[in-house]
Design a protein around this ligand. Sequence first.
Ligand SMILES: Nc1ncnc2c1ncn2[C@@H]1O[C@H](COP(=O)(O)OP(=O)(O)O)[C@@H](O)[C@H]1O
Ligand SMILES: [Mg+2]
Length: 488
Amino acid sequence: MLKNISILIVEPEEPTESQLVNALSTRTTASLLHAKNPTEAMAVISKTSNIKVLITDLFPPGKEGLKLIQEGCGKIPAMIPVVIMPLGSRDHIVEALQAGVYFYINKPFDHQEVIELVKNTVAYQKLLASSLEHTPKPRKSDGFEGIIGQSHAMQELFSIIRNVTANNHGNVLLKGESGTGKELAAQAIHKLTSERSRHNFVPVNCAAIPDDLLESELFGYEKGAFTGAARSKKGRLEHADKGTLFLDEIGDMKPNMQAKLLRVLQEQEFEPIGSVKTREIDIRVIAATNRNLNEAVREGTFREDLYYRLSVIPITLPPLRERPEDIDPLVETFLLMFNRGRQMPIQGFTTKAMDALRAYHWPGNVRELQNLVQRICILHGGNTVGLDALPKKFRELQPPEHETSPEAGPENHADGRAAANHIPEAPETTGAPIDFHQTTYEFENRLILQALHSTNWNKKEAARLLNMKRTTLLEKIKKRNLDRQDVA
Ligand SMILES: Nc1ncnc2c1ncn2[C@@H]1O[C@H](COP(=O)(O)OP(=O)(O)O)[C@@H](O)[C@H]1O
Ligand SMILES: [Mg+2]
């Protein structure tokens, strides 16, 4: 099996290196390349494009090995990385898995383990190549200028954008919950307005820039206008001249800035701070807000005259929960986006998982869906994502009997290895401290249980899937008191 393939071994320790070389050269006809450190390895990778397997030391404490994998696989995407884990380095395993490594070998190892491991990587590579052939291509009709949406509401949005862009003028107010695609819509309007698209699209996040800086950011200043103004600086208004100024989170703009902005919109002119020279500008302002500006006007926190100036063309972006038919094309697009360059592309979601995605209320809208798909592409090693791989809140949306559907279980994965590599959910990062040892311990338990469940508790087979000695697995099962009733 291991004929005519090139394997790069990156190992600084002589005994370990010779052990690998002995195993691979006596039992295979693979051609072996060597490097002592990541820098040497990158030089080899740059010259040799047909390396199939990269076996590298982790290079603790900096874990340069993981960086090498990222850079190396960036150059040769088909190369499968294997990490040699130093003694007692269980804590690094999760990190390696998250970096996209699916194969590792613990020191000390024997010849047979090395051969098995390399055989597995090559078999996996073939599986990968065949699955890549079936990766769906983006469906052009589902989107518009990078905005995906086949729902009636989104089709309507596309037609409004087309009308808006037929004209060079007219300020636009984009309303909608956070994550519905307001910035994307603003960019599309800019790109499609022929007169403006040759000039700048200048985004300004009114909520992110401190009040006292917003004025100088927008208007710019002359040298010496205030302490610290060592030289003059162009404002964003001037950068946006003849193009588009995107004022995001306009609802957060303070009253004195609102007054200054109103003047610019009325007069189409302004003065940089400290300057007496008036500058004329020609801008289209696209403002966005997730707040109810009508209410802010009623409450007196947003100027009514500015509101009318900004909302010559009001457009509302519908929340994702009101257009579940957009979930499928969005998921497909995000999978293509985040699968790119990954060792183990995700083929898709099972029907039950898709049902759960469509049933969820998506408070964070498309951004939340995009983040979820990205997280799954990083953490999930299998090729089809079942309901069991989604965060708990999605599983609760389904009646319990669905959980037993053969489709949702790990047994539906293309092969046993993919099932074992199906990585359980990592803890949400809430900012609270995480007990690393406890978390990795639980993570390991779930990996072990998944392998056991997917092999119907065939321990030999499970040990093979986990790339672990059978005796080590038996010891772990005993020590951790794992049994068939435990849920992975
Ligand atoms: N219809 C869509 N099609 C593709 N990507 C989208 C869509 N809507 C939003 N996104 C993506 O979701 C994320 C949030 O969108 P964004 O425009 O920043 O939302 P908002 O400004 O309304 O908070 C971005 O990464 C964006 O590319
Ligand atoms: Mg935004």
